[in-house]
Design a protein around this ligand. Structure first.
Ligand SMILES: Nc1ncnc2c1ncn2[C@@H]1O[C@H](COP(=O)(O)OP(=O)(O)OP(=O)(O)O)[C@@H](O)[C@H]1O
Ligand SMILES: [Mg+2]
Length: 259
């Protein structure tokens, strides 16, 4: 009984706990070690970015946390089932913006009479008031990602996993969405594990930046970002820390002969 209690208490101390996780894939060239002994904790309400060069294993790690794949070694625990958001919005094109969000509410078991109102609230939260009846093809890239964010938030998960969700957007739209995400994170208290290869984006958003090395992906360094929010990507302290991280990242890339 005491053990069960201790376990339950421990579970809520972490939105995610990644302990000594390794991942290998079997390829025609043999076993390929992609992630090597990764240990990361995400505290409730914390915003953590995972930063690393292309191919270093960021998506692989996020997929493991999402439960889409299993680690070769180590363990991952999350506080409930995480919500996911990818670079591609993955909205159902035959449904309207509103219906896409409602579907997530339905899957969560929200009773039908409540769904419409909750959907309108979520659309307002992502600043898309009035977009309920819009078809996916009628929305801009930025608007689609807002709907995808609203749909992820509809799941009311304690942990939001984001894999380069703004990478395909132009700089101005991305900037706006950084502001929105920071605001929504502060308003909802959700924990975020955000993957990017963009150093400034990592520093703009996170409380903690974790740098992964490549081949295999290992934790190279970690920075706590004390710059107060809301930050701007052009802010001098953001630029300064980005420069420092970029230098370390370049060193890592040089060491592993990648570009
Ligand atoms: N299912 C798989 N089978 C075999 N190899 C895989 C598989 N998934 C990923 N890999 C390999 O693992 C490595 C890491 O891939 P991953 O997609 O996690 O990188 P990433 O850091 O997300 O890169 P990017 O920034 O380009 O998205 C790559 O070398 C990739 O080829
Ligand atoms: Mg990736």
């Amino acid at each position: 009984m005491a053990t069960t209690l201790a376990k339950a208490e421990e579970a809520v101390e972490h939105a995610a706990r990644i302990e000594h996780v390794s991942k290998s894939f079997t390829t025609p060239a043999g076993q390929q070690l992609v992630l090597d002994d990764i240990t990361v904790d995400v505290a409730p309400g914390e915003f953590v970015t995972l930063l690393g060069a292309s191919g270093c294993g960021k998506s692989t790690l996020l997929n493991l946390v999402a439960g889409l794949d299993r680690p070769t070694a180590g363990t991952i625990t999350t506080d409930g089932r995480p919500a996911l958001m990818f670079q591609e919005h993955a909205l159902f094109p035959w449904l309207t913006a509103g219906r896409n969000i409602e579907l997530a509410l339905r899957l969560r078991g929200v009773p039908k009479p409540e769904r419409r109102g909750r959907t309108e609230e979520l659309l307002e939260l992502v600043r898309l008031k009035g977009a309920y009846g819009k078809r996916v093809h009628e929305l801009s890239g930025g608007m689609r990602q807002r709907v995808a964010l609203a749909r992820a938030l509809a799941q009311e998960s304690n942990l939001l996993l984001m894999d380069e969700p703004f990478a395909a957007l132009d700089a101005i739209t991305r900037d706006l969405l950084h502001d929105e995400l920071t605001r929504i994170w502060a308003e909802t208290g959700v924990s975020v594990l955000f993957v990017t290869h963009n150093v400034r984006e990592a520093v703009r958003l996170a409380q903690r930046v974790i740098l992964l090395s490549s081949r295999p992906g290992r934790i190279a360094r970690e920075w706590t970002v004390g710059i107060p929010q809301p930050r701007r990507i052009e802010d001098a302290p953001v630029a300064e820390l980005s420069l420092e991280i970029t230098d370390v990242l370049r060193g890592e890339i040089r060491r592993h002969g990648q570009h």
